[in-house]
Design a protein around this ligand. Structure first.
Ligand SMILES: [Zn+2]
Length: 401
């Protein structure tokens, strides 16, 4: 929706110094996944100080549904519109990876780094959280007109997208357009992402004395090794390309055995498969399962017995791809060009909170807020990307783009 009444674009009319102070403060607050309480309290305090009413701010109880538990649920600010238009959702996750705890943000030459070299910065995703907070506070401070709005700060993104996965969409006011800030360049709109299954595989063999009667045992390690070799040699492990179809897979954890003089009875493995194509992703799961079943059949003890495999595949997140004509995408691209950037779209090979919202019927585009080298001690916040992100956020929140 284009503004007709204002000559100065809202993207240029926010308090930039306050926006910078805000993101520095947010990145300093410890709050890894499941421990987001302090950052919730900080944002709630800022919203109340700005004049929002306690009954407009809710904390849901999503942590009680999450398999990870956690101390607090999602934070949600719901506002009726002063303009008649479809409800818009602005979102950014509250949690960081554990490496960010202890971050000491310091700004130098337009780049923020942690002064403590042993921590990551936490720009992922406190820069996104700050984009939302800036939009909410500027709307209150400047009394800006806006469509119905939901500001949504989910918890537990980093450990499985749980806040976004389990949120009750009715609590979000049933928005029609979704905008998520969780990325680097302010010019990039991520309009799709891959889908993934988590794999848990338990191989059961039979223990026996490795020196006296090794032939009576069934080695779970041998079974796992055969299965992994089978997958690797047939092109199902790592980067997978089969004709026009593609995906990735990884067995990332293997545990088992505690003595060299015992035939190992149990090995546990954990892995994942990813593909943008849901059918091919299911095929990958099937190939993994069949490789382990073949391996089980291939290892027999002297009595002709075989081991067993327990195989579970859980959908971690569903893939999605939005059209460039989708309302949230075209609004995002026009906001990006309104702040003077040349917008571009991309598809992600990682999972985002937007996966769950898009899969549940709320098309959600993911935008950048200046975070780079996330999840490492080299993480930075690029200030111009962050401030452009704030400008884009305000344009989208006020319905000017
Ligand atoms: Zn993130």
């Amino acid at each position: 929706m284009a503004s007709t009444s204002r000559s100065v674009s809202a993207s240029n009319s926010f308090d930039r110094k306050a926006a910078v102070d805000r993101v520095l403060k947010l990145m300093e607050i410890p709050g890894k996944s499941c421990e987001e309480g302090r950052v919730v309290e900080f944002i709630r305090g800022e919203l109340l100080t700005a004049g929002y009413q306690p009954d407009q701010i809710t904390n849901d109880e999503v942590h009680k549904e999450s398999p990870a538990g956690g101390e607090v649920g999602n934070l949600i600010l719901t506002l009726p519109g002063t303009l008649k238009a479809p409800r818009r959702l602005l979102m950014a996750h509250l949690d960081t990876v554990p490496l960010c705890v202890g971050s000491k943000p310091a700004l130098k030459g337009g780049i923020v780094r942690s002064r403590d070299k042993k921590t990551a910065l936490g720009a992922d995703d406190r820069s996104g959280a700050a984009v939302l907070l800036t939009a909410a506070l500027e709307i209150a401070r400047q009394k800006l007109p806006h469509p119905p709005l939901t500001f949504f700060w989910p918890v537990q993104e980093e450990i499985g997208l749980y806040g976004a996965r389990f949120v009750n969409l009715k609590k979000l006011g049933s928005p029609k357009l979704g905008f998520n800030w969780d990325g680097g360049s302010a010019a990039t709109a991520c309009i799709g992402a891959t889908g993934a299954y988590d794999l848990a595989i338990e191989v059961e063999g039979l223990a026996s004395h490795a020196g006296v009667h090794p032939e009576a045992g069934i080695s779970a390690i041998a079974i796992a090794a055969l299965a992994i070799a089978d997958l690797q040699q047939n092109g199902w492990h790592g980067l997978i390309r089969k004709g026009t179809q593609s995906g990735t897979s990884n067995l990332g954890v293997i545990q088992g055995g505690d003595a060299t003089n015992v035939v190992t009875a149990c090995v546990k493995l954990r892995g994942e498969v990813r593909s943008h194509d849901p059918k091919f992703r299911k095929r990958l799961v099937k190939e993994f399962q069949e490789a382990f079943e073949r391996a089980v059949a291939g290892v027999k003890n002297s009595s002709g017995n075989t081991g067993k495999v327990r195989f579970t595949a859980n959908l971690k997140y569903e893939s999605f791809q939005l059209k460039e004509t989708e309302a949230c995408v075209s609004s995002a691209l026009s906001a990006i060009s309104a702040v003077g950037l040349k917008g571009e779209t991309r598809i992600s090979n990682g999972g985002l909170d937007a996966n769950w919202l898009s899969a549940r019927g709320l098309p959600t585009v993911t935008l950048g807020s200046g975070q780079h080298d996330v999840h490492t001690v080299n993480e930075t916040l690029q200030l111009d990307d962050y401030l452009n992100g704030c400008g884009i956020g305000l344009l989208l929140a006020t319905g000017e783009a």
